[in-house]
Design a binder for this molecule. Structure first.
Ligand SMILES: [Zn+2]
Length: 196
């Protein structure tokens, strides 16, 4: 006799074995572990890390000073705001678009790699990191909102423009892939002991 819960609606079933079945409450496929969960989440995380590079290196904003257009990357934009002494805007953009995505990616990578190689990190630490990432995940779209709101507010001053392009597309993909990687990951894998 085994107990198994639906990962979607958390209904608990008493079954003879771990064979897959369909949840009677939410029609979700219930299985002992989601197949290839670690591999898929790791692949998504690595893709997001690669996309983070063009998001940072290609121009994201267009700053117009006295009618002269100047393209700039996120970092150059932050420096620009510092030069205008707009410290708060510089801080918000830097945190939302540079720091938060990076923390999420490094956190996920840390958990996934620790499941592949032997580390001294305890399972409770891994779960804590994951819970933290999920918690800030709720705020992950803040990056996009901040950029969108700033763009509409500041465009009135005609000094600052958000440019759609490689950087914007890459950045959106980083945010989306990170959410899917975290959401799709089966945390129960952390507690499996037969892993090497
Ligand atoms: Zn269910």
């Amino acid at each position: 006799m085994v107990l198994i819960s639906c990962k979607n609606c958390h209904k608990v079933y008493k079954k003879e074995n771990y064979d897959e079945f369909i949840c009677t409450r939410c029609n979700h496929l219930v299985s002992k572990r989601i197949k290839n969960s670690l591999q898929v989440s790791l692949a998504l995380t690595l893709s997001a890390i690669l996309l983070y590079i063009p998001a940072m290196l290609y121009p994201m904003m267009e700053i117009t000073t006295f009618g002269v257009n100047q393209e700039s990357t996120i970092i150059e934009g932050v420096i620009g705001f510092l030069e205008y002494e707009s410290y708060f805007i510089a801080f918000v953009i830097f945190t939302a678009s540079v720091i938060i995505p990076l923390i999420k990616l490094i956190g996920l990578l840390l958990i996934f790699v620790s499941l592949r190689i032997n580390t001294k990190m305890s399972n409770k630490t891994k779960i804590a990191i994951f819970k933290f990432i999920e918690a800030i995940g709720k705020w992950s779209m803040i990056d996009i909102y901040v950029v969108a709101i700033l763009a509409s507010v500041i465009q009135m001053d005609e000094i600052f423009n958000i440019k759609g392009g490689i950087a914007a597309t890459s950045f959106a993909l980083v945010v989306i892939l990170t959410i899917i990687a975290a959401h799709r990951f089966d945390t129960r894998i952390i507690w499996d002991e037969s892993r090497e």
